[in-house]
Design a protein around this ligand. Structure first.
Ligand code: MN
Length: 240
């Protein structure tokens, strides 16, 4: 793509994810308190429930989006936000999570951010690796295959529920890490911090209907439907 096309493409990605994750523009926030009319909302999926077949089955997508993600959003709307500085970006809210944050906010804000990102990192059509993102992967891991191997091993090794991430660290490096439950690398409580560029849901609710205990097969198949252009857009500044 020439530069102008690339800019237009990134702009389009930013607009689309902003719409999906932040349907609450024009709401006025009061510091430490949600205004009475404020509600977090479940973003629409950018494709049909069955669009990711055969890699992720329709029933899993339907339950995952309309039950699990919806539940995080609903619980978030019952939380008391005292002490939080509000932002239009879920990422900015995640950064304020620390050891003393209420569990209801830590767990459900994580759940809302992580899934809002996850849906946009999946593609119904095969997606090619964008040049700059690919160059950065090669610089850090040696090759795409080496990255894929390391990421898959980390995802497979993670015990229990959680997420596997590729992040951009404060030093501008690419790094693979995992977090438990619905924590993410933006949170102050994260052992390894950075901006998520790629996210894989390791909860059994993400794959059990089709894969049962075969997490390795789920990970392998998930690589076939990653929307790499979203990774590059995140690298270029897109925020959720
Ligand atoms: Mn999930």
């Amino acid at each position: 793509m020439v530069n102008s096309e690339r800019r237009a493409f990134v702009k389009q990605c930013v607009a689309s994810i902003a719409f999906l994750a932040f349907p609450f523009k024009n709401i006025t926030f009061t510091k430490g308190r949600i205004s009475p009319e404020f509600k977090f909302r479940l973003p629409a999926l950018p494709y049909a429930f069955n669009a990711l077949e055969p890699y992720i089955d329709s029933a899993t997508m339907q339950i995952h989006h309309s039950k699990h993600h919806q539940a995080y959003v609903d619980k978030l709307n019952t939380a008391s936000w005292s002490g939080f500085e509000f932002s239009e970006h879920l990422s900015a809210l995640c950064k304020q999570i620390n050891e003393t944050s209420p569990a209801i906010i830590r767990n459900n804000l994580g759940g809302h951010y992580n899934h809002s990102l996850f849906w946009n990192l999946l593609s119904a059509q095969p997606d090619v690796l964008p040049a700059e993102f690919s160059r950065r992967l090669n610089a850090e891991f040696g090759s795409f295959e080496a990255f894929k191997t390391q990421f898959s091993e980390a995802a497979l090794k993670h015990f229990g529920s959680g997420w596997c991430w590729l992040i951009l660290t404060e030093n501008g490096r690419f790094k693979i890490c995992t977090t438990p439950n619905q924590d993410n690398p933006l949170m102050g409580i994260a052992q390894v911090k950075g901006k998520p560029l790629l996210a894989l849901d390791l909860w059994e609710h993400a794959y059990y209907l089709k894969y049962q205990n075969r997490r390795a097969e789920y990970i392998q198949n998930w690589f076939s439907i990653v929307k790499w252009s979203t990774c590059e857009a995140l690298l270029n500044g897109m925020e959720v």
